[in-house]
Design a protein around this ligand. Structure first.
Ligand code: HEC
Length: 114
């Protein structure tokens, strides 16, 4: 358990209070399916473009690395990365949700490999 203390200290130093929980989180992709219902509407449709506030291409997230997805969601949550719909969605996710979702999507294969 020495490791989790180090992670805790590191996380707390890096991002302040909210990150303190991160040390206890074990990603569980099996818990993800009912958490990603709201994502599928945008991210599950090839070529779909969000219409608000602008015409945005919605990125495919299946097959991305879990670290990348987690970092992106945390960036939206903190406001470091800005996009109105994603910021609203990320803000509603707990650290556990983000870990589960990231693990789930990283296990998928990219829908249209090129
Ligand atoms: C309303 C449509 C919509 C919904 C619903 C939605 N997203 Fe997104 N998402 C987007 C758009 C548009 C972007 C690209 C925004 C940008 O340019 O930063 C994006 C970006 C992302 C990214 C960054 C991808 C990259 O390549 O950098 C991740 C990760 C992500 N979304 C995860 C999720 C997850 C997980 C959910 C469900 C909890 C979700 N999104 C729900 C529209 C949506």
């Amino acid at each position: 358990m020495k490791n989790s203390l180090a992670v805790l200290a590191f996380g707390a130093a890096l991002t302040g209070a909210g990150a303190a929980d991160a040390a206890d989180i074990v990603a569980n992709p099996k818990a993800a399916p009912n958490k990603i219902e709201q994502c599928i509407g945008c991210h599950g449709i090839p070529g779909y473009k969000a219409t608000f506030p602008e015409v945005y291409q919605v990125p495919m997230i299946g097959g991305q690395s879990a670290k990348y997805i987690e970092a992106a969601l945390n960036a939206y949550k903190k406001g470091d990365r800005r996009h109105p719909s994603m910021q609203g969605i990320a803000a509603s996710l707990s650290d556990q949700d983000i870990a589960d979702i990231a693990a789930y999507y990283s296990q998928q294969t990219p829908a249209s490999p090129k």
